[in-house]
Design a protein around this ligand. Sequence first.
Ligand code: ADP
Ligand code: MG
Length: 379
Amino acid sequence: MLQPGATIGMLGGGQLGRMFTIAARTLGYRVIVLEPDPQSPAGQLADQHIQAAYDDAQALQHLGQACDVITTEFENIPAQTLKLLSTYCPVHPSAEAVQVAQDRIVEKTFVRSCGLSPVPFIPVRSLADLQQAETQIQFPAILKTARLGYDGKGQITVNSIPEAEAAFKQLNQVDCVLEQRVELEREISVVLGRNQHGEVHCFPVAENEHRKGILHQTTVPARISAELEQQAKQAATTIATQLNFIGVMAVEFFVTKSGELLVNEMAPRTHNSGHYTLDACVTSQFEQQVRMVCDLPFGATRLVSPVVMINLLGDLWPEGGQPDWLQVFNEPETKLHLYGKASARKGRKMGHYCTLAATADEASIKANAIFQQLERVSE
Ligand code: ADP
Ligand code: MG
């Protein structure tokens, strides 16, 4: 077990790294962030910011020598980097566990090997592969790049094999998956911690609403049956266990109109749909990550209050100005989190807020009323 006072390395300087840094420093740990951007959300708050590329050998040596343990907030850290760092100190999660989530073909194949169901898909590595769609996929379908996609980027909806061929060319014929577009009853996710002894604790299941492929709202408790809640937690636990994952990770699921649970994707890190834990659970997902990588006991994952989390994208920022934050502060059970990003761009995650209430429905009404006010000001 690593006691407070020890030094934790964080690969990546985004908002997930920032909220981790806050949690770790609150508990008395030192944090060193490795991140190429000089003005990153996490770098600003860390004890030390090493400004370098993720494959900079000298910077990695410096980080490895200075840290007692290293973790990540970014799933696209090169596996080589994690392997190299593990020659200096423990790295959680491991390169092997992170690699599975870096490639949709590997990820979906792995999900099947766990006895779980991904969305029906075919791997697409060449134009010829698309012919299999005839027998294996129903259109409409979505062509997704196998690597480096996030927030709906690198995805094209297609209605036929010729359209899929055109889309594949548009994506420069990089490796892709073609997956069926399923009719969703709802989307849910499970964030969990898994420790070095194989124990798993799940946070309550989150219900997620996306807009244009980006998470907009998370509602907890999710409006699902107790059976489905258990099924999702069990599936996420199986995935974490089969990956031998250490740290905090998330699994995104689709619930189909017929009530079937499909695995969409996983993230080998804390997750946007777990931000509600900051204000509504005994322990946040970020504190849990500190606890897992330092081999501390689990913090309780109990929900203290129904909650709705809403993302604040750069779209809400008026040209050269700020949203009218009084709209958020005026609602006394709403907690604002801003990530310290210098410039607002469309689709960029700038912050979020959590609204608490006696019921999830009430929290949703209050949270959306605030959002409408913020949208009005940005117009
Ligand atoms: P990302 O890596 O960008 O999060 P996802 O595969 O999770 O990519 O897609 C983002 C969102 O797009 C999903 O949360 C869901 O709302 C929608 N989506 C993606 N794939 C499908 C699908 N096969 N059927 C229906 N909706 C989908
Ligand atoms: Mg996703």
